[in-house]
Each structure stands twice: as C-alpha cells, then as structure tokens.
Design a protein. Structure first.
Length: 430
C-alpha cells in the first residue's frame, strides 16, 4: 500500500485520477458501442426486436461474466497492471472490428474477452491507494463512478451522432479510438498507481479462501442476487427504454428532432451533476452520526429506480397510442439516476472493501458476476416488450426494482456486521 499522495481530484490521491481517466475512456468506448448496438441490429442488420434484445442482453451478460476468470488470472499470475493493459488492447481491437459487418459476432466476443481482464483489475487498485483508516475510501468509488459517466455522457453524443448521421461504422470506430486513449493514459500515469506485491506474496494459500471468510462470501452472494434482480430493470435503459425513445417519444423541439441516441447521454450527465451534491449530503449525515449503511443506501436506490419506471408506466398509459413529450423521458432519467447513485457505486465499493487479502480483483469480479446474471435476466425481460403493452411492461420493471429493494433490506443487519468486522481486521493489519 502506498502513502497518501497529494490530492488532485475531490481531495483524492493522484492515482485515483489516473484510474478515473482510464476508466472514463474505456466507458466512452463501451457506451459508445452500446448506444448504437440495438439500433444497428434492428435498422442495419434487420434483426427482429426480440432477437436484438436477446443478443443485447447476452452480450452485456457475457461481458460481465468474463471478469470472473480475468480477475482470478490477474490475482494469481498476471497482476492487475498487466491485466489492464492486455484487456484494454484486446477491447480496442474488438471495437475496431465492429466497423466491419461480417465480424459482428466475433467483435462482440473479442470485446467481452478483453473486458474480462480490464474490468476487475482497474477498480480493485483503488483500495490500495488508501490506508485502512483513511475516511476518503468510502467516497472514492463515487468519485470513480463520475469518470464512468463522463465517458458515458460523451459516448452517445459523439459515437451516436456519427453512427446515426454518417454511418454506424464511424460510430463504432470512434469507440475504438476512445479505448486506445484510455490505454495511453494508463501507461503514462503508471508511476502514480499503487505498487503491486511480489507474485509469491500475491498467491495466497487455499485456506485464505476458506472458513474464516465464509460469512463474507455468503453475504456477497446474497447482495449479488439482489443486484441481479435489480439489473433486470436497470439494464432496460439501453434496451427497451431506448426503443421507446424511438417510437414512443415526441423528439421534436422547435423544428429540430433530437437524435434518439442523445437520450443515452442524459443519465451520465446527471451522474456528473448529482454526485457532488449527493456526497455533500452523505458527508453531512455522517458528521451528525446519521450515515446509512451500504445495504440501506442500495435499497433506497432500488426504490427510487422503481418510482422512475412507475412514472413511465403512468405516462405510457395516458398517451397510448400516441407519443409522450421528451420532457417526460428527461424526468425519468433524473429520478432513475438518483437511484442509480445510491445503489451501484455503493455496491462496488462494498465488494472491494470486503475483499479478503490477495483476492481483491477476484472479489470485485464477483460484483461483475452479478451484473452478468442481471444483464442476462434483463435480456430475457426485454423480450416481453413486443408481447405485452407498454404500461404493463413498465409496471413489471417497477415490481422488479421493488423486489430488489426488499432483498437488500433483509441483508442489512448481516452486511453491517461483516463490514464492521472487516474494518477492524484491516485496522489491526496496519
């Protein structure tokens, strides 16, 4: 673990800035491709809606399954830095392949494989930037999450506009360039990143993963199941909600038609705007001893997302078979993003904080396993879009998010107990 560096981003170490910027450009490439994917399949490849939704869900699921293997390989053999470099290089190649129609499925597979090395190895370096008693650790993942969403904000505006106006392949090519930029930043900023332990130290004995952490693993499994349910609703933003933006929203403003991919930028833009406000709110609650536990924050987030989908259910019921004003979709994203900020960065930070020694990347990869299963579930849910009415579909998503909130609240007491024990262990180790 390195000493605290001079703060350069929200009072955080310099290394967090490098990880922030690297992830920002990786997310630019991911969300740039994702903003185009379902439209590309339905409009260019002429695949049916159900097939396109299923492919979308399967791809995003596979992209979050490969980190399980990639995280284990990074922890045991490669190390986190080499894994990031290898993963970023493979993903860049996959994004450029997307510019060639015959390579479509091979390109998706290549991106998912590269993601397996990159995704768990980058955020798992954050904890190593801080001492165990550093109070900034709890908010570091929210700062990091802003980087994700700056990339996500820029991606639909650049890649989406290029794809819609000039050709899908130009948009995919821009996504590949973004991935290369992220890799260059990571290589240039290596001196600010935490030093890795020698390989012999990194390899922990089998007993480390045994009974002493059984309660931790069971807790993470339970939270993972709740997140799986939640993402069945959450992941519809890039799937069925994107389709509704095309056919159910009046996008005309003073003679100008808003490109459908631009709505994908609202969510990350709102993350950037709302995160500092939320951090101030949480800091003030902590100062007066009223800070909520991670599981409680996550449950609140799921309920807020449920209310966002309930809004869409009511709006779609009131205007069928017509089109709703684009302002309603904008309001949906405001509510949706507030909920997202409570649940997703909090969950990622909890998994990283509870990681047993020498298993940082592997444990963070387990968080992405929940995203894998949730994305697969979301793809299956998305196939109902063409089968049931819009109001019923959005009501179903409301129920899915509420179910996730209930599961998280049931796990709250166990989560607080394990979190306190892990913090005491880290203090004793340092």
């Amino acid at each position: 673990m390195i000493e605290r560096a001079e703060p350069t981003w929200f009072g955080q170490p310099r290394g967090l800035t490098i990880l922030f910027l690297t992830n920002m450009w990786e997310q630019f490439s991911y969300y740039g491709m994702r903003a185009l994917l379902v439209y590309y399949m339905t409009k260019e490849l002429l695949l049916g809606q159900q097939t396109s939704s299923f492919i979308y869900g399967t791809y995003t699921a596979f992209a979050y399954f490969t980190p399980i293997l990639g995280g284990a390989i990074a922890d045991r053999w490669l190390g986190k830095r080499k894994a990031v470099i290898i993963g970023a290089s493979i993903m860049a190649a996959g994004h450029f392949m997307m510019a060639f129609e015959p390579l479509f499925y091979f390109a998706l597979t290549t991106i998912a494989l590269g993601n397996g090395f990159f995704l768990p190895s980058l955020p798992s370096q954050i904890n190593d930037l801080y001492r165990a008693d550093d109070p900034r650790r709890g908010w570091a993942y929210n700062v990091y999450y802003v980087g994700i969403n700056i990339g996500g904000f820029l991606a639909p505006l650049i890649c989406g506009t290029l794809g819609e106006l000039y050709g899908w392949h130009y948009g995919f090519g821009a996504a590949g360039i973004g991935m290369v930029v992220g890799l260059m930043i990571y290589l240039a900023g290596g001196r600010y990143l935490p030093a890795e332990a020698p390989r012999a130290v990194r390899q922990a004995p089998a007993s480390t993963a045994g009974g002493s952490y059984r309660q931790t693993y069971l807790l993470l499994l339970g939270i993972g199941l709740a997140v799986t349910v939640f993402r069945g609703a959450y992941e519809q933003v890039g799937n069925t909600v994107a389709l509704w933006a095309d056919v159910g929203i009046d996008r005309a403003v003073a003679g100008f038609t808003i490109p459908m991919t631009w709505f994908q930028s609202l969510n990350p833009l709102l993350v950037i705007i709302m995160t500092p406000v939320l951090l101030i709110h949480w800091r003030r609650r902590a100062e007066v001893g009223r800070e909520r536990s991670p599981a409680q924050k996550m449950a609140i987030g799921a309920l807020i997302v449920a209310s966002a989908y309930l809004l869409l259910a009511l709006i779609s019921a009131s205007i069928e078979p017509g089109r709703a004003s684009w302002l309603w979709l904008a309001l949906f994203f405001v509510i949706f993003t507030a909920g997202e900020l409570y649940i997703l960065p909090t969950g990622l930070g909890l998994f990283a904080r509870l990681a047993p020694p020498k298993f940082g990347a592997t444990t963070v990869a387990a968080w992405f396993l929940a995203i894998f299963s949730g994305s697969l579930f979301a793809g299956l849910v998305g196939t109902l879009w063409s089968v049931i009415s819009r109001p019923i579909f959005f009501t179903l998503l409301t129920a899915v998010a509420i179910t996730a909130a209930g599961l998280l609240l049931l796990l709250d007491r166990a989560a607080r107990k394990v979190d306190a024990a892990r913090a005491a262990e880290l203090r004793a180790a340092t």
